[in-house]
Write a protein that binds this ligand. Structure first.
Ligand SMILES: [Cu+2]
Length: 160
């Protein structure tokens, strides 16, 4: 979008701010396929907010597992990593939340019977304050490295 178009859109959004909703999309989501005996596994992908308003991820759920948003934080002094459970996550206008190893991730546990063997796609619902509920079909993959990471310099990623 050119600066001029953006400016026009911005002015319009000021006039009609109550009718403009955040525009949320998801990309490249996948859940790591673990052995059937695994107690938990992780999911990765990108949540994009292409809209002009911030939105907040308020809930995640699936019929096949318990799903939470976690962030791995490494203590600079001890080098120990721990996972923090995030209950509400703001995704700012024109930014994205990248879920990747050692950072934000979906944490899945309490699997339904046959979770890893019977399913190739897991349906996960993401609920946003403004965008509402979104159904995302997430494939089970053996490895997380399915994104086009070569062309991605991470410079525009949102960090908290
Ligand atoms: Cu976790």
């Amino acid at each position: 979008m050119t600066k001029f178009k953006y400016y026009l859109f911005f002015m319009l959004s000021l006039c009609f701010s109550t009718s403009i909703y955040a525009d949320i999309t998801t990309e490249n989501f996948r859940i790591i396929k673990a052995p059937e005996v695994a107690k938990s596994t992780a999911g990765y992908g990108v949540i994009k907010n292409t809209g002009d308003e911030d939105d907040t991820l308020i809930a995640i759920h699936s019929d096949k597992a318990m799903v939470m948003l976690h962030k791995t934080e490494v203590n600079a002094d001890t080098g120990m990593a721990k996972m923090v459970h995030l209950s509400k996550t703001v995704i700012e206008a024109h930014s994205e939340l990248v879920l990747e190893p050692m950072s934000y991730h979906l944490m899945l546990s309490n699997f339904a019977d046959g979770f890893f063997n019977d399913n190739e796609i897991i349906i996960v619902w993401f609920e946003f304050e403004k965008a509402g509920k979104m159904q995302v079909e997430i494939p089970l993959k053996a490895s997380w490295e399915t994104m086009d990471s070569q062309s991605d310099d991470h410079s525009h990623h949102q960090h908290h």
